[in-house]
Design a protein. Structure first.
Lengths: 184, 87
């Protein structure tokens, strides 16, 4: 559950990850859940299919490139396809949030701005937020284990490098999403 | 499995005596164990499998039902152990 990468990596992980990612984008577009960041999700705003897939594509490209670059610095040798596969599969748990979005009623943005406490009146929204925490933690754990196995790095070097890499990839994805998808 | 460490103090053992089963000649001395013999049994099995698979980690990964990087990491650990023994 937390480390499938001892058994699956490379192209196999990439295939499975891409399939789940496509489903995530598809479902997310209809359940109004967008993944506008490597470890980010927002619910309740209308999102086109193109935009939904664009967000996920930018997320994966940012994540993979930053992890690959980090791997080049700290690892003696690794395959790009392992980083690509494990990171793509690491994003898979987000499909749970895309599905959960169907059952969620999100208060209107204007209403929230007028009265932020209105969110507490929507039980399904609160449950979605609560659910997002373990899902994001699960996803980060998968990415961490995927990075660990792909690059064969351990200890403090691994932990520090991963924290920096995931933070940088989140920032890069946010910037790219802003500039690339603002006209979509 | 060949014992490689002293059960009393955990120091590395040496070979003191070798015997010919055919003529009963015994050769005594103080010989270092080969590096491969110092490795744990599962590592030795891994190396045997690696050689039998002509050094193909992909083949090994499919036989062991493990991912390629996992098998490559196992090999890296064995290389580290061998380098430590050689020092």
């Amino acid at each position: 559950m937390f480390n499938p990468f001892t058994r699956i990596a490379g192209l196999q992980a990439l295939g499975l990850g891409l399939l789940l990612l496509l489903l995530t984008g598809f479902i997310g577009s209809y359940s109004k859940v967008s993944f506008d960041g490597v470890i980010d999700m927002h619910a309740g705003t209308d999102i086109s299919l193109v935009k939904s897939f664009s967000f996920l594509a930018i997320d994966i490209v940012s994540l993979v490139l930053v992890m690959w670059f980090t791997g080049l610095i700290i690892s003696k040798g690794f395959r790009f396809v392992d980083i690509l596969g494990t990171m793509t599969l690491g994003k898979a748990p987000f499909i749970i949030l895309a599905i959960a979005g169907y059952f969620c009623t999100v208060p209107d943005n204007k209403e929230i701005l007028n009265n932020p406490f209105i969110v507490f009146q929507s039980v399904s929204f609160i449950l979605l937020i609560l659910l997002s925490l373990p899902v994001i933690i699960w996803s980060i754990t998968l990415m961490y284990n995927g990075f660990k196995i792909s690059c064969d790095v351990k200890g403090t070097t691994l932990t520090v490098a991963f924290i920096i890499a995931i933070t940088v990839s989140e920032i890069i994805s946010k910037i790219l999403i802003y500039f690339i998808t603002k006209n979509l | 499995m060949l014992p490689t460490y002293c059960p009393g103090c955990q120091a590395q053992l040496k070979v003191k005596c070798l015997k010919c089963e055919s003529c009963q000649t015994e050769v005594t001395g103080s010989y270092d164990l080969p590096v491969l013999a110092l490795l744990p049994e599962n590592d030795q099995q891994f190396i045997l499998r690696f050689v039998k698979n002509s050094g193909s980690l992909k083949e090994m990964a499919s036989q062991l039902k493990l991912s390629y990087p996992t098998v490559r990491n196992m090999l890296n650990e064995i290389i580290l152990k061998i380098e430590t023994y050689e020092k």
